[in-house]
Ligand binder design. Structure first.
Ligand SMILES: [Zn+2]
Length: 223
């Protein structure tokens, strides 16, 4: 009787641990950006002016994930940058697009995943592709390379997103120019483009190895 009881306890423990590991794999902390009327109307304005997409809400159908680094060293600093609905300190862009930058996700250096916006709500993080792309910002920079825990967290998050949405492409921000001459690129000003180095080939190579079973589309080599 005692042995059966201990075995039962073991079974329950294994079951509990299993659930714990499973839920840890997908643990996403919700720290939403405030969605107010200004952010809503600036987003609709951006979709209209920059992407040439005329719609009366801020929704997207995600078919792509763009991976970034923040070029700063903390979640708090990144949230402070994203907080305002208005793009600060770039008056030259005022007539074109006043919407602030943001992303749907931030991943901390220890692999903690924060969600800032729903997956199907627009965020401004990648010229030409925001209208279809979920953005993942990783805390790090050229001098502070992204960590192995971030790599694993990105892979887990992308697998989870691919199960929910028809994700066809996962790209690094530094690769986005390779989509410029495709039908995916939607930017009304063909000269509006900035060269990016985040998150770099090494990180994307490691990430693609971890998500290869998703059978995503390869980037065109048109450059
Ligand atoms: Zn970026």
């Amino acid at each position: 009787m005692k042995i059966i009881f201990i075995r039962l306890i073991n079974c329950v423990l294994i079951l509990m641990l299993g659930i714990e590991v499973y839920s840890q794999d997908l643990r996403i902390y919700q720290t939403p950006l405030e969605w107010n009327k200004e952010r809503d109307s600036l987003t609709i304005e951006y979709l209209n002016k920059r992407h040439g997409i005329h719609q009366d809400d801020a929704t997207i159908v995600p078919t792509m994930v763009v991976v970034h680094w923040t070029a700063n060293d903390s979640y708090e600093k990144t949230m402070a940058i994203f907080k305002s609905p208005f793009l600060n300190g770039r008056p030259e862009l005022l007539n074109q697009s006043r919407l602030n930058v943001s992303s749907q996700y931030i991943i901390e250096r220890d692999g903690t995943i924060f969600q800032l916006l729903p997956d199907t709500i627009f965020a401004r993080h990648t010229i030409g592709l925001n209208y279809c792309a979920i953005g993942i910002e990783n805390i790090g920079s050229n001098s502070m390379p992204l960590t192995k825990k971030q790599l694993n967290a990105n892979a887990r998050l992308i697998k989870y997103l691919s199960a929910k949405y028809p994700i066809k492409y996962v790209i690094g921000h530094h690769e986005y120019g390779q989509l410029k001459n495709t039908s995916l690129w939607k930017e009304t000003d063909l000269n509006y483009f900035t060269n990016k180095i985040d998150p770099g080939d090494k990180f994307m190579k490691g990430l693609r190895r971890k998500i290869r079973k998703l059978k995503l589309q390869k980037l065109p080599t048109n450059e």
